[in-house]
Design a protein around this ligand. Structure first.
Ligand SMILES: [Mg+2]
Length: 341
């Protein structure tokens, strides 16, 4: 009996052009697993499974074996085992991408204005952590490159960061430059209220994850008292079951969700988050999580699926230029938009 699908798994390491400072330390290289599926007609599809070390809920020591097992189920049945993959969002995302690629027969996963190259997806300009001078320089570079939404990582040197916000706001009003900050859980529950109050004077769009994940009561309190809208990111990691997701949103009541398919449930789980958020009047946007261009390309397709053809909210899809050895995909950033060529 021939199986409906064949699968090949290949491990690859990518190298950052510049070391990337994140909430979990500095990354210099990045490992991903690529799944290539082949069907009986010889059509192929490739997807990227890209867990983030020390951050993904599925960053497990026996990752390759578990991935192999689920791939085996897929090749035997021809179906993605969605329920079994709930605890493994990066694997699910890779398999979903591979299936979508295979079924669409090319790199246009869906036929949309974006995939036809008629429209771009607005993205934010990301300013990585660094010294105040470095951050100021990078920020001006982004604004000059045409970005009207800038995301800044904060929480290392609050004093310097407030000065930086002051510097931007003296030159650009909130109607010219939308500022989003991401604290990656840097503030303690004791100080966070006061810091949010300080940040309010800079007309910010939102703050991501002011305190560490897993402190729902404190996060709920901050969401209640803060007039600066709060977005959840790390908080969503490991919350993979539908009822848990509902419970989190109903208890914390955030203003926004920042959704990363590799971390937050693959495509299916991200779709679930967007739907549950919508029902509760909570906004969301999608962000890549240091995937190579293969993952980024799939996330961009998903984004147009989630938010429709004319997206206005800036998405976090500007990570394509990070690696010296990235994979070529028909993606390009022009001004502040990501285009499909
Ligand atoms: Mg974040």
């Amino acid at each position: 009996m021939t199986l409906p699908l064949q699968a090949r798994i290949e491990e690859r390491t990518f190298h950052f052009k510049q070391p990337a400072g994140t909430s979990r330390g500095v990354y210099r290289t990045r490992k991903s697993w690529f799944i290539t599926l082949t069907d009986k007609e010889g059509r192929q599809g490739t997807g990227e499974c890209a867990p983030l070390p020390n951050l993904s809920c599925d960053d497990v020591p026996d990752y390759a074996e578990i991935l192999f097992r689920h791939c085996h189920t897929l090749t035997r049945t021809g179906e993605i085992p969605f329920d079994e993959l709930r605890p493994y969002p990066s694997m699910l995302f890779g398999l979903e991408t591979a299936m979508l690629h295979l079924k669409s027969g090319g790199l246009q996963f869906y036929n949309t204005p974006w995939s036809r190259g008629e429209e771009g997806i607005p993205i934010n300009g990301l300013v990585w952590m660094g010294t105040k001078e470095e951050m100021q320089e990078r920020l001006i570079e982004k604004i000059e490159a045409g970005f009207s939404c800038i995301k800044l990582k904060i929480g290392v040197d609050l004093h310097g960061e407030l000065e930086l916000l002051e510097y931007v706001r003296c030159r650009f009003g909130h109607d010219e430059v939308q500022l989003r900050v991401d604290a990656n859980g840097a503030f303690s529950t004791g100080e966070a209220g006061e810091i949010l109050r300080l940040l309010q004077s800079y007309d910010l769009h939102s703050i991501e994850q002011p305190i560490r994940a897993g402190q729902w009561k404190d996060m709920a309190r901050l969401c209640r008292i803060s007039s600066l809208p709060i977005a959840l990111d790390e908080e969503l990691i490991g919350i993979n079951e539908l009822q848990e997701k509902e419970r989190l949103l109903d208890e914390i009541k955030p203003s926004y969700l920042v959704l990363k398919p590799s971390l937050h449930g693959g495509m299916q789980g991200t779709r679930e988050w967007v739907e549950l958020a919508r029902q509760r009047g909570i906004g969301s946007w999608v962000t890549s999580a240091l995937e190579s261009n293969v993952g980024l390309h799939a996330i961009a397709h998903l984004t147009t699926r989630l938010y429709g053809d004319h997206i206005e909210m800036a998405q976090g899809l500007g990570t394509g230029l990070l690696y010296t050895d990235n994979i070529d995909m028909p993606l390009c950033i022009k001004g502040q938009k990501l285009w499909h060529l």
